[in-house]
Design a binder for this molecule. Structure first.
Ligand SMILES: [Cu+2]
Length: 290
């Protein structure tokens, strides 16, 4: 009986997995409105910072009505070596005071976002406009851009998705420069190097060129150096010590060595104490001058 139940459980688990893997494309168009431009459903669809009709300060009217479709997915990263996720476009440009409707399509079986940062906080909570879909699906949201020339970051904020390539920039008017590490647009802050074979050990990266410096394996070099210094010191000291210990018994040699050692230690401690007292007196003078 228990075996039968176990097989039944396994079959149902397998079926659930197959159903999950083939999750159908979902259009998230029946969202609950929570106010302040925040809309969501219980199937992983979310819009934050939606603004269809309030003009940002400095805009006399809506200059243009635009619509774009943004795709997000693993397959769009294939053309960017080392990247894992990407949007289908990495750069967008619109005129100031444009009203933009974004249709965001997630082509993957995981959660993705199209999140825009740096908008005026009096109009957009936390300065953000945010579209999100979990699993394959589509969601739409609208916002109105401020009047200033500015470059905005758009990215997916799911852990490591931006670092793995899901990042773009949106310029209003002429923009305000370029952002780093936009796949295919601007240079990566940390550039992967595929031009040479894998180094034998983890090699340092040149700060200026961001390239890996080839390095040979040489792990024992430090200890080898210490051995050589020890040998040289031994060779130099041997004749002096031989003269000093001439005619002594082994016990006398040992006690003599201990005596030398104690004298050396005493001198070192004395030297350190003197140095410390000098430093302390210097400090107190400096404090007085302040
Ligand atoms: Cu993502």
């Amino acid at each position: 009986m228990s075996k039968f139940l176990m097989s039944l459980f396994m079959i149902s688990a397998l079926l659930t997995h197959v159903v999950r893997a083939e999750k159908e494309f979902m259009v998230h168009d029946r969202l609950m409105d929570h106010g302040d431009g925040h809309l969501m459903d219980m199937d992983g669809g979310m819009v934050m910072g939606q603004n269809k009709d309030i003009l940002p300060g400095g805009c006399d009217e809506i200059e243009a009505d635009e619509e774009i479709t943004v795709h997000a997915g693993h397959k769009y990263a294939e053309k960017f070596p080392g990247r894992m996720f990407a949007f289908d476009a990495q750069e967008y440009q619109f005129e100031p005071c444009t009203r933009l409707t974004v249709h965001f399509v997630n082509d993957d079986n995981i959660r993705h976002q199209w999140m825009m940062h740096g908008l005026p906080k009096y109009l957009y909570p936390k300065g953000m406009f945010h579209l999100e879909v979990t699993g394959p699906g589509k969601i739409s949201g609208t916002l109105i851009f401020p009047p200033n020339d500015k470059t905005y970051l758009v990215h997916c904020d799911i852990s490591q998705h931006m670092e793995k390539g899901m990042k773009g920039q949106l310029k209003i008017g002429k923009g305000s420069g370029d952002l780093p590490s936009i796949p295919g647009v601007t240079a990566m802050v940390i550039q992967d190097d595929y031009s040479q074979s894998i180094p034998e050990i983890v090699a340092p990266v040149d700060a200026k060129t961001q390239t890996v410096q080839p390095q040979t394996v040489n792990s024992g070099s430090a200890s080898n150096g210490i051995v050589i210094i020890g040998l040289a010191a031994g060779l130099l000291l041997a004749p002096i010590l031989a003269r000093k210990f001439k005619g002594m018994t082994p016990v006398e040699i040992v006690s003599s060595c201990i005596e030398i050692l104690m004298q050396t230690l005493g001198s070192i401690i004395k030297l350190i104490t003197e140095l410390l007292s000098k430093l302390n007196s210097k400090k107190s003078i400096e404090l007085k001058n302040d």
